[in-house]
Design a protein around this ligand. Structure first.
Ligand SMILES: [Cu+2]
Length: 313
């Protein structure tokens, strides 16, 4: 068996029992399909060659039916399909039946990042932590379009839809780091909508959950962390334009806005840009693309972001 965080040649690592049972089912389907394919295509070629017409007046015998053969070629596939149906149903209901005793984490999808909020109020983006051997239930929603939360190592995936909650559960059997993807095309930075799942021991998890995430960091460093987890999909640290303007050199400059006005880039403007992004739109950029971060970033994080942009002068 491969170590938890490295993929095998064929499939991503199996980080849970469910992943193992999904793979066994897929292996069965693959082998059964391969054998059927060989029998059908092989038989077709064999008969075409064996019974080919060798002279113009050759006629085949008149065959009306063969009850035994017809029964067998209906009944055997029927049995195989029922096996696949029941087996698939059992595996699928295991994936979709939420355990009662789970650690619940709220997940918010938003173009183009994930936010994870724990019951104690701890909120993180880009990376999240769970204890090994613990049932985890994600209660997920989207603030814009349909996303899909995909954990390949757990063979589980669920749409994340605006206006309602959807659920996904998993239990990690091995410590390690696992990749989260968005599996629903949700705009041009969709492929960058990723997160890391850290599966750690119970002690490490408890310690992490109780920790101040920014302990000992300066405001600029706090801002940098916020940037890396929430803003990096759309903003560069250079002057180059991405989905939004690059941050370099914007501090203190007069920014031209859509509609002809100008505004000085200061604390108030940056704060407003984060909490109410549509209040002022930078000239040449689309309205309604930057999501609001109201309620998602703490005052310390907003202040950190301001200091971080300042430091890129
Ligand atoms: Cu997405």
């Amino acid at each position: 068996m491969t170590p938890a965080s490295t993929a095998s040649h064929f499939m991503p690592p199996q980080a849970s029992e469910v992943a193992h049972s999904v793979d066994v089912l897929y292996g069965f389907l693959l082998i059964a399909s391969f054998i059927s394919c060989v029998l059908v295509i092989g038989g077709l070629i064999y008969f075409a060659v064996k019974y080919r017409r060798t002279s113009p007046d050759q006629k085949s015998a008149y065959i009306s039916h063969n009850t035994t053969l017809e029964f067998l070629w209906s009944f055997i596939p029927f049995v195989i399909f029922m096996v696949v149906f029941v087996w698939g149903w059992v595996v699928y209901s295991g994936l979709r039946t939420m355990p009662e005793d789970a650690l619940e984490i709220a997940v918010q999808g938003q173009k183009w990042s994930w936010t994870f909020t724990y019951k104690n109020g701890r909120s993180v983006g880009a990376e999240f932590w769970v204890p090994v051997g613990q049932n985890v239930r994600l209660v997920m929603s989207s603030s814009d379009v349909i996303h899909s939360f995909y954990l390949p190592a757990f063979r589980t995936k669920q749409d994340v839809v605006p206006g309602r909650y959807t659920n996904l559960w998993f239990r990690a059997e091995k410590e390690g780091d696992y990749q989260v993807f968005c599996a629903e095309y949700c705009g041009d930075q969709h492929s960058g909508m990723k997160a890391k799942l850290h599966v750690v021991s119970r002690e490490q998890f408890d310690e992490w959950l109780g920790n101040d995430p920014y302990k000992g960091l300066s405001a600029v460093e706090v801002g940098q962390k916020v940037y890396q987890s929430r803003c990096i999909a759309c903003h560069n640290l250079t002057e180059a334009k991405n989905v939004g303007p690059g941050y370099k050199g914007i501090w203190d400059k007069m920014e031209k806005l859509e509609g002809g006005a100008e505004v000085k880039v200061d604390e108030n403007y940056i704060r407003e840009s984060i909490l109410d992004p549509n209040a002022k739109i930078v000239l040449g950029f689309p309205k309604g693309v930057m999501p609001t971060f109201a309620g998602q970033l703490s005052e310390a994080e907003i202040m950190g972001m301001i200091e971080f942009i300042k430091s890129l002068k």
